[in-house]
Design a protein around this ligand. Structure first.
Ligand SMILES: C[S@@+](CC[C@H](N)C(=O)[O-])C[C@H]1O[C@@H](n2cnc3c(N)ncnc32)[C@H](O)[C@@H]1O
Length: 272
């Protein structure tokens, strides 16, 4: 049994911090790359599953054009609230659905593509979620599902975990490992093969986390994740210890340049 606190996207100001800091630094550039590599999107109906604050949905709204449609689904009302605010200008092109991945509140065969950027690892029922993704796709539809590799490869977040371990906050460190260390690539691929997709390809993407603030950005990054509320509750001496440990590691990662090392992700390309 785990004693880790929940990785909760609905707590306090997590949704807004996620959108203000993590989206421009990480999720927008990764979303752009995913869409650029797998287009064209014009005229298609696309489900952005686990849309979060809707960055992929917004990128898609521009790409599908007036003949296309984006459905943005997430289980978390706070994340959806920020997403809806952003998409206020997109008119009818983006439709929001508050839904879990399983059951997924979308009609069978309703979409040409499903994108799920860094959401699948959080789903409690992954095998059934892959089956749901297949169900909502039209014939010859495609699913693009990305999940981070371990913190050993995603060094900026590995540094946050190590800094927390160094000050004795192991529960919090393990919570930070949650999006990275709980989705082995063979299991990920097996879920889509066993769901009954016609073809399943596993790709690997990597990119530096570039940031103008260099190593100083590592603290901002940590505070913007769902562990942010717990970090803010640390005593000032523990927080200072954490900041010192993290800064040393981030300085080593950045090697004097404006980045925090690499992020690495698995990407499933599954065709119905
Ligand atoms: C790291 S965020 C990714 C958000 C977005 N795809 C992006 O690229 O910014 C993970 C999202 O998964 C959502 N999520 C977690 N469990 C879920 C579930 N069972 N069903 C649907 N969404 C879920 C969370 O609410 C959160 O918004």
């Amino acid at each position: 049994m785990t004693t880790e606190p929940d990785f909760d996207f609905g707590k306090g100001s997590v949704a807004q911090s996620y959108d203000d800091v993590l989206v421009p630094l990480i999720f927008r550039p990764w979303g752009e790359r995913l869409l650029d590599e797998h287009g064209p999107w014009g005229g298609r109906t696309v489900l952005d599953l686990a849309t979060g604050t809707g960055v992929v949905a917004r990128l898609l709204a521009d790409r599908v054009g007036s003949d296309g449609q984006v459905i943005a689904a997430d289980i978390n009302p706070q994340m959806l609230h920020v997403a809806r605010d952003h998409c206020a200008g997109s008119g009818e092109r983006v439709r929001f659905v508050e839904s879990s991945a399983h059951p997924l509140e979308i009609d069978s065969g309703a979409v040409d593509a499903v994108i799920c950027q860094q959401g699948f690892q959080f789903f409690p029922e992954r095998a059934q979620s892959a089956v749901e993704i297949l169900r909502v796709l039209r014939d010859e539809g495609v699913a693009l599902v990305s999940t981070w590799c371990s913190v050993a490869e995603c060094k900026a977040f590995g540094a946050i975990c190590e800094a927390l371990d160094a000050i004795g906050e192991t529960d919090l460190a393990n919570m930070m490992r949650r999006p990275f260390d709980h989705m082995p690539e063979d299991e990920l691929q097996a879920h889509f093969e066993e769901a009954g997709f016609g073809s399943v390809e596993l790709q690997r993407h990597e990119a530096l986390v570039t940031c103008d603030g260099g190593p100083k950005s590592a603290i901002e990054l940590a505070l913007a994740t769902p562990i942010g509320p717990q970090l803010r509750e640390l005593t000032s001496s523990l927080f200072d210890g954490f900041a010192e440990e993290l800064s040393a590691r981030a300085t080593e990662l950045s090697r004097g340049e404006s980045h925090l090392g690499k992020l690495v992700s698995n990407v499933i390309v599954a065709r119905k």
